[in-house]
Structures are given as C-alpha cells and as structure tokens.
Write a protein of this length. Structure first.
Length: 153
C-alpha cells in the first residue's frame, strides 16, 4: 500500500486531498445544520446514512484516480493537463455550490429550509413495484377510473 501511495502523481494527491477536505467539511457542516449537500448524487447516498455517503464518495474519488494513474503511464503530459483541468473544475463547482447553497443558510444562522439530518423514509413497497414495473396503488385506481370513463358511452 505504501508503495502504491508513493507512486501517485501530484495531481492525484491534490484531487485526493481536496475530496477528503470536501467530505470532512460537508459532514461537519451538515451535522451542525449549517449546510446541505449540493451534489444530487451524493445527496442521494447521504439519504442512506453517513457510511453510505463515505463509501460512495470514496468510490467516486478513487476510481478516477486509478484511471489517471493508469493513463499517466501512456500519455503523461495529456493526463497531467486533464487532471489539472478536472481539479480546477472540481474546485470551481465546489465553490459555486458552497456559495449559492450553504453561505445563504449560514448567514441566516443555519436556518435551512429543512432539517438536513432527516430524510424521508424509504418506501420499499414503492421501490419493489418500480423494479417489477407494477403500478402504484393510486395509479391502479386512476387507470381503472380512466378505463371506466372510456367504456361509458
């Protein structure tokens, strides 16, 4: 493991450090009720809990770093430039979302529009019906009413 870490490029280390800082800052601010997750993908995983959020973040960070390190062996200058563009883009998007979503909430004293630690419960029946392409109970009633309306002269 130590050998692997010693072979990471400076760009990979920078991406890794920025992402870890993002993860820690996000979790601390959400815990204090001062922020919310701006990334819809990560917000989805945060709905499953902190560990799911950390695992998703890890996969979404380590996979690109592995690709960068693999590609760096073949096209080092191109990969270095693309990694730097990716890092600059990440920082820009992070700053934009932080300033537009979290700073206004912090200015109001942490008064977000909802409690960021509470998410709606997962309705496993609805998820199962979606997977099986079955209509929702309400939709069955609507479909039945529409059929009755069409069959009436």
């Amino acid at each position: 493991m130590r050998r692997l870490l010693s072979h990471l490029s400076a760009e990979s280390w920078a991406i890794l450090l920025v992402c870890v800082a993002d993860l820690l800052i996000t979790l601390v601010l959400i815990d204090k009720g001062l922020a919310e997750e701006g990334n819809p993908i990560m917000k989805f995983y945060l709905g499953f809990g902190v560990w799911a959020f950390i695992m998703a973040k890890s996969v979404l960070v380590l996979a690109p770093i592995a690709i960068i390190e693999w590609a760096r062996q073949h096209k080092p200058r191109t990969v270095r430039a693309m990694a730097r563009v990716g890092l600059a883009s990440y920082l820009g998007i992070y700053a934009f979302l932080f300033l537009t979503i979290n700073v206004p909430g912090m200015a109001r004293g942490g008064a977000l529009s909802y409690d960021p630690t509470e998410y709606p419960p997962i309705d496993w029946v609805v998820i199962q019906r979606e997977r099986e392409d079955l209509p929702y109970p309400e939709m069955s009633r609507v479909v039945e009413e529409s059929r009755n309306a069409v069959s009436r002269p």
